[in-house]
Write a protein that binds this ligand. Sequence first.
Ligand code: NAP
Ligand code: MG
Length: 406
Amino acid sequence: MKKISVATPIVEMDGDEMTRVMWAMIKERLIYPFIEADFRYFDLHVANRDATNDQVTIDAANAIKEFGVGIKCATITANADRVTEYKLKGTSKSPNATIRAMLDGTVFRKPIMAKNIKPLIPAWKKPIVIGRHAYGDVYNSVEMAPHGPGKAELVFTPDDGGAVRRETIHEFQGAGIIQGIHNTDESIRSFARACFAYAYEEKIDLWHSNKDTISKTYDGRFRDIFEEEYRSSWETPFREAGIEYFFTLVDDAAARVVRSEGGFLWALKNYDGDVMSDLIASAYGSLAMMTSVLVSPHGWYEYEAAHGTVQKHYYRHLKGEETSTNSMALIFAWSGGLRKRGELDGTPELVAFADDLEAAALETIESGTMTGDLLAMADPNPNNRKVNTEEFIDAISDRLRKKRSE
Ligand code: NAP
Ligand code: MG
């Protein structure tokens, strides 16, 4: 079997806990035997981020800017517990938030659908894709906790020497909390463009929702910018493609989504997208059955799993107990990144490899070989059997080898 050589370096970001364990297995059994590439490796293990004062995360994001495509493992966002556990200097920012802030862009999350895993919501026949704005809001916020009475204000000082603007947020009578969030027209516009372009490419409707009745200025700006983009660039192509754009309030959208049959892109603000993508992933089967890609307006792509480091399984793994952790989302991060690399480089053999890898993974599940999270949801079948973390990857590897040697 001849290995496929990749023309441009690929940025690889290793991570933490159970996903780090699976990451190494995936590379060894599903990638290295088939692919020859210049992998630019960045170790985003929590201890290494701490030791480098997060420079390694910044270097990784810069490498994605240089080469265009990165593939990322899940990582710990260090809180107080983690500082004790890993003897860190301190808590740190979420590496995902750091990378997203540097690349800007939109995160698209799409369920991975296997024939024998039915969504918990029977009406859903097609994937619901979430387009999550990946910049700003609470993910780049400033917070304060005043300890007693006082006045909190929102102040804007223009660079051009114009009048300072001031709004009272609240006159505190006692202790409380305050948060300052922002977004930029530029980032919202690229979010809108990314969503229109994605829906058009996939020929699916675009739903957009937020709470502009309550947040007239902030959320209202999102609605206006989407509307402007639609009118100026997308109305005709959408009509010709037989797809539609519509805006509705986020609570109304949530109610409609449950009764829909799927098959559309749902554009959401950063926090709404964070919450809804987990809800949708678990309703489609498992957090591990969801792909996630950050699409930057500058043409950079970062592929990752939508779930975390699966801490509880890792602790069992450390104790020498058997785990049955699902590696699908990590595998699809690799296939997604390799496919995009192949498309950008014009190397169809790499695209074909990515297709084979995904097909081998899906056929493994559809043949009944699956991890515990899926077994609980799969259509009953005498062939169904639960395998452990490693056996699942090995079963995919066997199928992939057969496909590649055909
Ligand atoms: P998590 O890793 O997503 O896991 C939560 C639960 O979901 C697991 O305990 C497991 O349920 C199930 N699950 C998730 N992925 C699974 C998989 N691949 N296979 C089988 N089951 C899976 O979230 P967490 O445990 O709350 O967070 C752990 C760490 O991840 C935290 O330190 C957090 O900072 C980090 N995190 C990172 C990212 C990222 O890098 N993108 C995202 C979210 C969280 P059962 O225990 O019931 O089996
Ligand atoms: Mg989340």
